[in-house]
Design a protein around this ligand. Structure first.
Ligand code: MEV
Length: 430
């Protein structure tokens, strides 16, 4: 039976961890090598964007312990920030005794917007568009017969009039099921294709024809229960206080939601998905009424902590970097994900896990101690430490609460001096 509860995983060397993940996900030797050192490569990079001069790299870590709808997942996360992978793993571990995460999601439906300006009669134009929605959808669907064959394509047309300082405009929404794509290409092609027909129909002029990143029809939900016995009363009360703070104060709420996106973006980057669209959607969705947390916490009848998340997640498995980037393809294989909807649900769980972990850490020891352990290693390297001295210095500066480069340098100098004195004494004795 495959399990993501890999105890001691974080104590292993990266190569050993990769071996375990390789076995878990059935990776080929080439895929394992891709993660280790082949990466993207200049040739592929040059096909992805313009004016390529190289590639950049981020560490990819694996969040363990995720049990989602009864299935074990290992979660690849790519980001520069320490503690996020450990926090997600830890939150998922604490949720396991209560069954892990359960999820739901909408079908992958996106909105394409067509802006019509200079209308002779906006109300009449709106009626005409709605009366001819079948024809508009037919033109849209003729652009992507493959998507239609897979059960996707344009499903509806909506229209509303907006008042702007530049006059009334008719805003048409083309509602498109994009199946396993993120959807921008399919939707943008469709909106461009239907615009001249709409111009003829309305007598107006089409301006923007573009996807909306506020993907309100593509929401993912996740829920987890953290038991009272495991967390303790105090921590639960603390998390509820922290949640109430975010719900009542937008300065706190922005950071609360940022912690959610730490996890979600990291999976998006690992799988080659567009994290900017996720950010745009998440924060705009959070601000639909007034700016609110994307998660919710309450106690159940037994006093356990119940956390939920509701968030738009627009990710794809076909097209874009997810298919072309070898590391992203391998990350998808590690996840063992079969549909974009499944990926969205797992990402919602990661967002909830990271949010819970951050709140829990802040109401207990604070966020810095976890952060600082890894950060201390970076500081030691910056101070010039090499080999085993990195760990030694990192541990000392954490213990002495002096996590800065000058303290690390001082320590390094004194260790070097000690070593020198020792060698000299040894020489004299000989
Ligand atoms: C840091 O990247 C994220 C946190 O600030 C999130 C939060 O405050 O909830 C720790």
């Amino acid at each position: 039976m495959k399990t993501s509860a890999l105890s001691g995983f974080h104590d292993l060397r990266p190569e050993k961890r990769l071996e375990i993940v390789k076995k878990f996900a059935g990776l080929t030797q080439k895929e394992a090598l891709t993660l280790r050192n082949l990466g993207l490569g200049m040739k592929l990079a040059d096909m992805m964007i313009e004016n390529v001069i190289g590639t950049t790299q981020l560490p990819m870590g694996i969040a363990t312990n995720f049990l989602v709808n009864g299935r074990d997942y290992l979660i690849p996360m790519a980001l520069e920030e320490p503690s996020v992978v450990a926090a997600a793993s830890n939150a998922a571990k604490l949720a396991r005794p209560e069954g892990g995460f359960t999820t739901l999601s909408d079908p992958p439906v996106m909105i394409g917007q067509i802006q019509i300006v200079r209308l002779p009669n906006a109300k009449k134009a709106k009626k005409l568009v709605l009366r001819h929605k079948e024809k508009i959808m037919k033109i849209a669907n003729a652009q992507d017969s493959m998507l239609v064959r897979l059960g996707g394509g344009a499903k509806d047309v909506e229209a509303r009039i907006i008042r702007t300082p530049r006059g009334r405009m008719l805003i048409i929404h083309l509602i498109v099921d994009v199946r396993d794509a993120m959807g921008a290409n399919a939707v943008n092609t469709m909106t461009e294709a239907v615009s001249s027909y709409i111009e003829k129909l309305t007598g107006g002029e089409a301006r923007l024809r573009i996807i909306s990143n506020l993907s309100v029809h593509r929401i993912a939900w996740a829920k987890a229960v953290w038991s009272r016995n495991l967390l303790g009363e105090d921590v639960i009360e603390g998390v509820l206080d922290a949640y109430a703070f975010a719900a009542a104060d937008r300065f706190r709420c922005a950071t609360h939601n940022k912690g959610i996106m730490n996890g979600i973006d990291a999976v998006a980057i690992a799988t080659g998905n567009d994290f900017r669209s996720l950010e745009a959607a998440a924060h705009c969705y959070a601000a639909m009424k007034s700016y609110k947390p994307l998660t919710h916490y309450e106690k159940d009848a037994e006093g356990n902590l119940v956390g939920t998340i509701e968030i738009p997640i627009t990710v794809g498995l076909v097209g874009g970097a997810t298919k072309t980037h070898p590391v992203a393809r391998t990350a998808v294989k590690i996840l063992g994900i079969k549909t974009a909807q499944e990926l969205a649900e797992v990402m919602a769980c990661v967002g909830l896990a990271n949010n819970f972990a951050a709140l829990r850490a802040m109401v207990r020891e604070g966020i810095q101690s976890g952060h600082m352990k890894l950060h201390a290693k970076n500081i030691a390297v910056m101070a010039g430490a090499k080999g085993t001295l990195i760990e030694k210095i990192a541990r000392r500066i954490v213990r002495e609460k002096k996590i800065n480069v000058s303290s690390a340098k001082e320590l390094l100098d004194s260790l070097h001096a000690k070593k020198k004195r020792f060698k000299e004494r040894l020489k004299k004795r000989r």
